[in-house]
Design a protein around this ligand. Structure first.
Ligand SMILES: *[C@@H]1O[C@H](CO)[C@@H](O)[C@H](O)[C@H]1NC(C)=O
Ligand SMILES: *[C@@H]1O[C@H](CO)[C@@H](O)[C@H](O)[C@H]1NC(C)=O
Ligand SMILES: *[C@@H]1O[C@H](CO)[C@@H](O)[C@H](O)[C@H]1NC(C)=O
Ligand SMILES: *[C@@H]1O[C@H](CO)[C@@H](O)[C@H](O)[C@H]1NC(C)=O
Ligand SMILES: *[C@@H]1O[C@H](CO)[C@@H](O)[C@H](O)[C@H]1NC(C)=O
Ligand SMILES: *[C@@H]1O[C@H](CO)[C@@H](O)[C@H](O)[C@H]1NC(C)=O
Ligand SMILES: *[C@@H]1O[C@H](CO)[C@@H](O)[C@H](O)[C@H]1NC(C)=O
Length: 295
C-alpha cells in the first residue's frame, strides 16, 4: 500500500436523508480522507501573477482542513514549473453534514467570487487554472458550467454559466474524483471508470457548448465510491497519487499554450518572468469550522 494510503486519516460519516435543505439526496455511506499535508504550501496569494505565469484556484475535498488539501501537491508542482505563478484556496466549509449540498453550493459561490476577482483585476493575457478534489472537483465543474445534477436540487442562484469572455480566461481545469462525473458522451474523462458519480451531471453539453471540454480533465477510476458510485474508498484516495504527474503535465502544457497565444513567452518555457508579488501567509486557516467523525 502506498505511503499516501497508509498515512491517510480515514474519516467516515453517514449522510442522513433528513437534512432540511436537501431531502432529495439519498443517504449513501459517505467516506472521506486525506493524506499527509505537511509538505503542501499554505501560501495564498490573491495578487495577480506576472505575465508568463498563471493563477491557480484550488478547492479541497470534503473534510480536509482549510487550505489546499491533498490536491495542493499538484498545485505546488505547477507553481514550481511555471515560475511567478500564484494560487488561492477556495474558502468554503467542505463538509458533508449537515448538508453536502449547502457546503458545495457555498464552494461554488466562493469559487465564482475568486474567478470574478481574477477577471476584474488581472491582465487578460494571464491564464487561469482551476482544480479540485472530490467535493472540490464538483465545485470546479459546477462553477464553470452550472450546478446541475441528478438528485441535486436546482438552485437558480448557482445555475448560471459564465459569459464567454470569462471562460476564455480559463486555460485548464482539473477535477479529481468528481461526484458529478457523468460518462455519457464525455471526452474529457481520464481513467477506467465505467459508471457515473453519485450526482451525475445533467448538463455535460455545456462543457462542449462553451468549448471547455478541450481544456478540462476529469480523473476517475472504476469502483471509486464518489465519482463512479463504487465501493472502494482506496480508489478515491489514490486518485491524486495515480494521476498527479499526468495532471501536472496537462496543466503546464495548457498554460504554455495559453501564454504562447497571448504572446507572453517564446513558448519554450511556461513562465520565466518571475513574480514581483510578495506571497502572504495564508489567512484563511481556521476561518471556517470543519467537522469530522472518526470511525
Ligand atoms: C497547511 O495547513 C494544513 C491544515 O491546517 C496543515 O496540516 C499543514 O501542516 C500546513 N502545511 C504547512 C506547510 O504549514
Ligand atoms: C509528511 O511529509 C513530510 C514532508 O514530506 C515528512 O517530513 C513527514 O515525515 C511526513 N509525515 C508522515 C507521518 O508521513
Ligand atoms: C442556493 O444557493 C444560495 C447561494 O447562492 C444559498 O444561499 C441557498 O441556500 C441555496 N438554496 C438552496 C435551496 O439550496
Ligand atoms: C445517459 O444517456 C442515456 C441515453 O441518452 C440516458 O438515458 C441516461 O439518462 C443518461 N444518464 C445520465 C446519468 O445522464
Ligand atoms: C483501473 O485503473 C487503475 C489505475 O491504473 C487500476 O489500478 C485498476 O486495476 C483498474 N481497474 C479496472 C477495473 O480496470
Ligand atoms: C526562449 O526561452 C528559452 C528558455 O527559457 C530561453 O533560453 C531563450 O533565450 C528564449 N528565447 C527568446 C528569444 O526569448
Ligand atoms: C517580464 O515581463 C514584462 C512584461 O512582458 C517585461 O516588460 C519584462 O521585461 C519581463 N522581465 C523579464 C526579466 O523577463
Amino acid at each position: 500500500m502506498s505511503p499516501f494510503l497508509t498515512s491517510a486519516l480515514l474519516l467516515v460519516s453517514t449522510l442522513t436523508s433528513t437534512t432540511a435543505q436537501s431531502p432529495s439526496i439519498p443517504p449513501p455511506i459517505q467516506t472521506q480522507a486525506y493524506g499527509n499535508l505537511t509538505g503542501i504550501s499554505n501560501v495564498s496569494t490573491p495578487a495577480c501573477p506576472s505575465l508568463g505565469a498563471c493563477h491557480i484556484l484550488v478547492a479541497r475535498g470534503s473534510l480536509e482542513p482549510p487550505g489546499y488539501g491533498s490536491i495542493g501537491a499538484i498545485k505546488d508542482r505547477i507553481l514550481a514549473r511555471v515560475p511567478g505563478s500564484t494560487a488561492e484556496a477556495v474558502d468554503y466549509p467542505a463538509v458533508i453534514k449537515p448538508s453536502y449540498v449547502d457546503s458545495e453550493t457555498d464552494g461554488v459561490v466562493a469559487m465564482k467570487g475568486l474567478i470574478g476577482g481574477f477577471i476584474a483585476n488581472c491582465d487578460a493575457k494571464i491564464p487561469l487554472v482551476l482544480m479540485g478534489f472530490s467535493q472540490g472537483a464538483q465545485v470546479v465543474s459546477d462553477s464553470l458550467v452550472e450546478q446541475r445534477g441528478v438528485r441535486f436540487p436546482d438552485n437558480s442562484s448557482v445555475d448560471t454559466v459564465h459569459p464567454g469572455s470569462t471562460l476564455v480566461r480559463v486555460a485548464a481545469a482539473v477535477m479529481m474524483g468528481d461526484p458529478s462525473s457523468n460518462l455519457n458522451g464525455s471526452t474529457f474523462h481520464v481513467g477506467n471508470a465505467t459508471t457515473h458519480g453519485l450526482y451525475p451531471r445533467t448538463n455535460n453539453a455545456n462543457f462542449y457548448a462553451t468549448g471547455l471540454a478541450e481544456r478540462v480533465k476529469s480523473y476517475c477510476d472504476a469502483r471509486d465510491p464518489f465519482c463512479a458510485s463504487g465501493k472502494e474508498l482506496g480508489v478515491h484516495l489514490g486518485t491524486i497519487a495515480r494521476y498527479e504527474t499526468q495532471a501536472v503535465e496537462f496543466v503546464v502544457g495548457m498554460v504554455k499554450g495559453f501564454n504562447r497565444r497571448s504572446g507572453n513567452v517564446n513558448g519554450s518555457n511556461g513562465g520565466g518572468n518571475s513574480s514581483t508579488a510578495t506571497p502572504e501567509p495564508y489567512t484563511g486557516l481556521g476561518r471556517r469550522r470543519w467537522e469530522v467523525m472518526l470511525l
